[in-house]
Write a protein that binds this ligand. Structure first.
Ligand SMILES: *Cc1c(COP(=O)(O)O)cnc(C)c1O
Length: 370
């Protein structure tokens, strides 16, 4: 059997290229606390992403928890059941009640039509996810937030580098949160960031990620330790050199999958989104009733052949033990999310996936009896 293929594989630059960065850290002995590489990476990411301010974090989850604290979000927050658990967990870590709202089948994102009916006097914010890097309906979500006086924090863990209507998708909402985990399109091993609109908000976020310290003797809040180290920041700078090439290759692979799987009975895709330059972060396919195998049978068959797709996102967050008791987790409220969770397989997509591997994967899906 060939070497197993995973849903993703991090791209790493040649190790020699990282040594000079480490040498610099060894020379100056600054390991963390907003050191020179940390400062450089914040600026480089602002420039690359086309945003004004950004605060680096140790990971995306701590960044989400801190983003909610920075805006003093309380009570209930409207969010999606179709995501990675960290989205809802970040609410619970702040003693906030998640209110699950159904999604739009074309994007996998919160359905703006369903948001208003879930707003109560306790609602303070909306926490949508740009699922697979598909842009949320940012205009309508923004309007609803303005009408009801709510904050909007985007979980943009999938949305690194996505351009929407000729600007960064990360410019929407009050804050956007990125993840630089090993499995994401841009990684710093572990890492994350909050994108914020102004220097004052960034300052407060910087206090919160450093225990609440504003200066040596002033602690402004029960902050956490969410700082990114110099090693991670240096690595991020090196990774940025290759990011355009990596994103191009991902988009090319996504286009190849669409082309080669087109016409396979029972296999479909989410529609491509207009006005958007995607980042090729995920390759979800939907296994329909017309396909000879069930979704789980296809998933298992691929696995038996060393092709490790993932059922992102199954199960729904709202079906997990710590959430399923919530009124908003009621199965009848979330039919679209449930349907998608039962049909989806995310196929392997990463810059080093070869055309040959891609053809193998397509073959396994298109040929029924192997
Ligand atoms: C990866 C991910 C996170 C968590 O980010 P970490 O850096 O792994 O903590 C949060 N939300 C979504 C949607 C993710 O995919």
């Amino acid at each position: 059997m060939n070497k197993p293929i995973y849903v993703t594989q991090p791209s790493l630059p040649p190790l020699e290229e990282f040594i000079p960065y480490l040498q610099q850290i060894w020379d100056n002995k600054i390991l963390t606390n907003n050191g020179p590489f940390h400062k450089q990476l914040e600026q480089a990411l602002c420039d690359y992403l086309g945003v004004d301010h950004l605060a680096l974090f140790a990971n995306g989850t701590i960044a989400l928890v801190t983003a909610l604290q920075a805006l003093r979000i309380r009570g209930e927050v409207i969010t999606t059941p179709y995501s990675f658990v960290a989205t809802s967990h970040s609410l619970v870590w702040n003693n906030i009640t998640p209110v699950f709202v159904d999604i739009d089948p074309d994007t996998g994102n919160l359905d703006p039509e369903r948001i208003e009916e879930s707003i109560t006097p306790a609602t303070t914010a909306i926490l949508p996810v740009h699922c697979y890097g598909n842009p949320c309906d940012v205009e309508r979500i923004g309007k609803i937030a303005d009408t009801y006086g709510l904050k909007v924090i985007y979980d943009a863990a999938h949305a690194f580098g996505v351009q929407h209507k000729e600007e960064s998708l990360l410019r929407h909402g009050d804050l956007s949160v990125l993840s630089f985990h090993a499995t994401k399109v841009f990684n710093t091993f572990e890492g994350g960031a909050i994108v914020c609109p102004d220097a004052k908000t960034k300052q407060r976020i910087d206090y919160l990620k450093n225990f609440g310290f504003a200066d040596e003797v002033t602690v402004t809040a029960t902050g956490i330790n969410g700082k990114m180290s110099e090693v991670n920041a240096a690595f991020g700078l090196l990774q940025l050199n290759g990011i355009d090439k990596a994103l191009d290759r991902r988009r090319q692979i996504a286009a190849n999958y669409r082309h080669l799987l087109h016409g396979v009975k029972g296999i479909s895709f989410m529609p491509e989104i207009t006005d958007t330059i995607s980042n090729g972060s995920y390759m979800p396919i939907l296994v329909g009733k017309d396909y000879p195998l069930t979704r789980d049978q296809l998933y298992q068959k691929l696995k038996d052949h060393g092709i490790n797709g993932r059922r992102y996102f199954f199960p729904l967050i709202s079906d997990m033990p710590m959430y399923r008791g919530l009124a908003s987790a009621n199965r009848e409220r979330l039919p679209v999310a449930r349907q998608l969770a039962n049909q989806v397989i995310c196929l392997p997509i990463f810059p080093d996936l070869s055309d040959d591997q891609l053809n193998q994967i397509v073959d396994r899906i298109a040929t029924i009896d192997r």
